[in-house]
Design a protein around this ligand. Structure first.
Ligand code: ZN
Ligand code: ZN
Length: 103
């Protein structure tokens, strides 16, 4: 509560001012700072598991015993125990014949 410095009467609020009956007016300091709190929501996009099967087979120059085609898919497969050497499989790129490489 404030009083008029001129006459000592109580100042009456009027809009953004304090007024006195004697005519004194005092501007109210606009110290109403608005705090705008912007909260950003960082939505982390979940890692999409595509479940993409990677074809590890690579084409090699291997003669198909079935049709004589010179291109075959090469694939390594670990069998049973990890101690054993992985078995090499071939699949003919032409006729689809499959065979394994016996070493
Ligand atoms: Zn006054
Ligand atoms: Zn073949």
């Amino acid at each position: 509560m404030e009083f008029c410095p001129e006459c000592g009467a109580m100042l009456l609020p009027n809009d953004n001012k304090l007024e006195c009956n004697c005519g004194y007016k005092k501007d109210l300091a606009s110290d109403n700072k608005e705090y705008s709190v912007s909260q950003k929501l960082n939505e982390k996009q979940g890692v999409v598991d595509m479940g993409e099967a990677i074809d590890l087979r690579s084409k090699v120059n291997e003669i198909c015993p079935e049709c004589g085609n010179k291109e075959a898919y090469y694939e390594l497969k670990q069998t049973r125990s990890a101690d054993e050497a992985p078995t090499r499989f071939f699949e003919c790129a032409s006729c689809g014949h499959k065979w394994r490489d016996y070493d």
